[in-house]
Design a protein around this ligand. Structure first.
Ligand code: F6P
Length: 741
């Protein structure tokens, strides 16, 4: 109310000032004009009286004649007095009272003496008057003077009327202004604010009956409303996270296992078949140097996570057949049973031409969407021919999947940014399918995503899904914000759903995980094997750090090695003792950015090795090749610490794999705060990988940590990962997907 009052008073004061100035100028002009008219009129009258009176000046009975003459004009419009004064003493006036009181005699005398007209204004009785006199002549001599008095009260009256009119105008204006201001403030400011307050209050009290969409978005408060909506949804998400976290903690005893997932899905899905579509295949066949075909498991988060799920549930995995011996190992339907050593599900391979792979995989997916979604300061590149290939390959995968489907309603789990268009393509042909897309990488804010020239098509394609999922609520919110900005759709921030053309897709966080080696599965290293490994790499008696990555600029490898160098510089006692083993799998090597990045890494590693190394000691062991799971697991088990320094990462499963392999409850995890994993793994040493000093300190802390603290931290981390394992992830995601129908 105070604001409204202040606004109205200011407006009225301003208006009053303007109206007053305007009126003042106008009335002044009007008064001047009326005065001038009156002066002119007096001049004309005196002139004609003069001509009429002068002939009487010769005659003896002139006072009578003059009086007789001027008497005729008594009562003439506003003329209230006529005076004739002659030097010789005759003073004739109408009315008589003027001569009796000798009024204006001085002015008449002055006119005679100066031989010029005299004009003045003044008062007579209660009247405002105008007086004008001119000299009278006889034989070219000034003998007297003639004056007229006009009543000028009407001028004052007119001026007063003008002021009154202005006052009325101002009152009307003031009324209109006040009412309009009140209405505008009520409609555009106080009304919406009151409704927002009511909504925020209801939300706070847990009443969701009023959704933000019922609130009008108008005027200048639209932005405020938008921000509050976002804030409320973040708070709600945090609350939901907490509730979910508590629920999961409470259900800690009943952990999810392969068997439990299998039973659960059978009861939940019945006969509905399960399909996974991912670009990367879980098993690649390729020929080694001797021409012998070998099967390798690629370094891929998708594979680490989804292979155990399909091993538990059975189903079909559709992927790009990228190995040079892949065609030799499939049947006539391009399928094979995997894992080759214990078949539990089918892998269907889709063949891509070199051109298709170049445009869809290297081009659009990895030179466009990958840098677009990761804040790693590499410029995304988009071009039309890559986009065309991307669309074509998505259609190829859709066709390949569709020919697999029978009449039962399938459950389809699409993986990652390679297949943004696939959900819509599938849904169009099979509306009965339950489709989810899981985006394994971060989703940027709407401004960043807006760089992509085909953002509308991508969002439209994804919204073909019933469920769209990310690792964190933050990325879900970014996605919803992007849809909100780009597409004609209705976002329900309460249910985290997007409705477009009558179809609703739900957006949910499901932090992905690993299977967590069970007691039966764990391969604890025999002391002999451990010794052999240490000997093979010259690691006996050393402090060992480990890094396991695809060689990718998002992984922060340069920052990581700089931190190793800085640790050795800061703590010289570690020189000759600390060895950091990097198991780096070359990745996307046809892309120039990756080639340049690799050569930068190699240069840095050799600089650090020559600065701090010796003939028998290399501080960084950069093992640049594809490593088998078994080797990686062995290294996880002997390391004193594992360093994950991603500059941006959707989740990062290396962190969880390391924890899962530490059956001895030893070893320290140093984890970048820019990974999705850092939201869950709070007992790790959390670092900012750009801060080399901080990382060096964390390495030193890891190496000097007391065994009790290491054990305590590792215990907590293991509990977390064991509880939130991939079987729980799959069960919860599929439950949500089935629920969304
Ligand atoms: O992190 C995104 C992702 O698709 C992962 O799922 C996987 O670990 C990795 O990239 C694999 O990359 P590529 O298939 O290009 O080797």
């Amino acid at each position: 109310m105070k604001i409204t009052l202040r606004l109205i008073v200011s407006l009225l004061l301003g208006t009053a000032l303007v109206v007053f100035l305007f009126s003042y100028i106008q009335t002044q002009a009007e008064e001047k004009k009326l005065n001038e008219d009156l002066g002119l009129r007096a001049k004309l009258i005196t002139k004609s009286f003069k001509e009429a009176v002068e002939p009487f000046l010769d005659i003896t009975e002139r006072p009578d004649r003059i009086k007789q003459f001027i008497g005729k004009f008594k009562g003439h419009v506003r003329l209230i007095g006529i005076l004739v004064y002659l030097k010789e003493g005759t003073f004739v006036t109408v009315p008589d009272e003027l001569s009796q009181k000798e009024m204006f005699k001085n002015e008449l005398t002055e006119s005679i003496e100066k031989n010029e007209p005299i004009e003045s204004v003044g008062k007579w009785d209660d009247k405002k008057i105008h007086f004008y006199a001119i000299p009278l002549e006889k034989d070219s001599l000034i003998v007297g003077s003639l004056g007229v008095i006009h009543d000028r009260s009407y001028i004052i009256q007119r001026v007063m009327e003008s002021w009154k009119r202005m006052a009325v105008t101002f009152s009307i204006l003031a009324f209109i202004l006040s009412v309009t201001t009140l209405m505008i403030i009520r409609w555009s400011v106080t009304g919406p604010i009151a409704r927002i307050s009511e909504w925020v209050k209801k939300e706070r009290l847990g009443d969701t009956s009023l959704t933000p969409h019922q609130l009008p978005e108008q005027g200048d408060v639209k932005k405020l409303f938008f921000e509050i909506t976002r804030m409320a949804s973040s708070l709600k998400a945090a609350k939901l996270d907490l509730v979910e976290q508590t629920r999961l903690n409470q259900s800690g005893e009943s952990r999810w296992t392969k068997e439990r997932l299998k039973d659960y899905l059978r009861s939940k899905l019945g006969e509905a078949p399960l399909y996974v579509i991912a670009n990367r295949e879980p098993y690649i066949h390729r020929k080694n140097g001797n021409g012998k075909v070998e099967c390798i498991v690629p370094a891929s988060g998708v594979v680490t996570a989804l292979d155990p799920v399909l091993q538990a549930t059975g189903g079909v995995w559709v992927a790009h057949g990228s190995g040079n011996a892949d065609r030799e190992t499939v049947d006539k339907h391009n399928k094979l049973s995997v894992p080759p050593w214990n078949p539990t599900y089918s892998l269907k391979r889709v063949w891509l031409s070199e051109e298709e792979e170049k445009g869809y995989y290297y081009g659009f997916a990895n030179e466009g969407l990958w840098p677009l979604c990761h804040i790693a300061h590499v410029r995304p590149a988009f071009n039309i021919s890559d986009w065309d290939q991307y669309k074509g390959v998505n259609q190829k995968f859709a066709d390949s999947l569709l020919e697999e489907l029978d009449s039962r309603s399938p459950l389809i789990l699409i993986q990652d940014y390679h297949f943004a268009l696939l959900p819509k393509m599938i849904k169009e042909k099979r509306p009965d399918a339950k489709v989810a897309i899981f985006w394994h990488i971060p989703w940027p804010n709407p401004e960043a995503f807006g760089i992509c020239p085909w953002q509308e098509e991508i969002l439209d394609g994804m919204l073909g899904s019933d469920l769209i999922s990310f690792h964190t609520q933050f990325h879900c919110n970014n996605f919803l914000d992007t849809v909100d900005r780009v597409l004609e759709s209705r976002i329900d921030w309460t249910a985290f759903g997007v409705t477009r053309e009558g179809k609703t897709s739900y957006v949910r966080p499901f932090p992905i995980s690993v299977s967590f080696a069970s007691n039966e599965e764990k391969i604890i290293q025999e002391p002999q094997k451990k010794k052999e490994l240490l000997k093979k790499y010259g690691l006996e008696g050393k402090n060992i750090g480990i890094g396991v990555d695809r060689i990718d600029y998002t992984k922060g490898l340069l920052e990581r090695f700089k931190a190793i160098g800085r640790t050795l510089e800061k703590y010289p006692e570690l020189q000759g003792k600390l060895v950091f083993v990097e198991l780096g799998a070359p990745s996307r090597t046809l892309i120039p950015t990756y080639q340049n990045h690799l050569s930068e890494i190699e240069k840095l590693v050799s600089a650090i090795n020559s600065q701090y190394g010796s003939k028998d000691y290399q501080p960084i062991l950069f093992l640049k090749e594809h490593h088998h799971q078994k080797t990686i697991r062995q290294f996880y088990q002997i390391a004193d610490f594992c360093l994950v320094s991603s500059l941006h990462d959707g989740m990062n499963l290396v962190a969880k794999e390391f924890i899962s392999e530490r059956h001895d409850e030893d070893g320290v995890l140093i984890l970048s705060r820019f990974t999705g994993a850092s939201h869950e793994l709070k007992s790790a040493l959390i670092i900012n990988p750009y801060d080399i000093e901080e990382t060096a300190e964390a390495i030193h802390q890891a190496l000097s940590m007391l065994p009790e603290e290491k054990q305590e931290r590792m215990k907590r981390l293991r509990n977390q990962v064991q509880d939130q394992n991939i079987y729980r992830w799959a069960a919860e995601l599929i439950t949500e997907l089935v629920k969304s129908f």
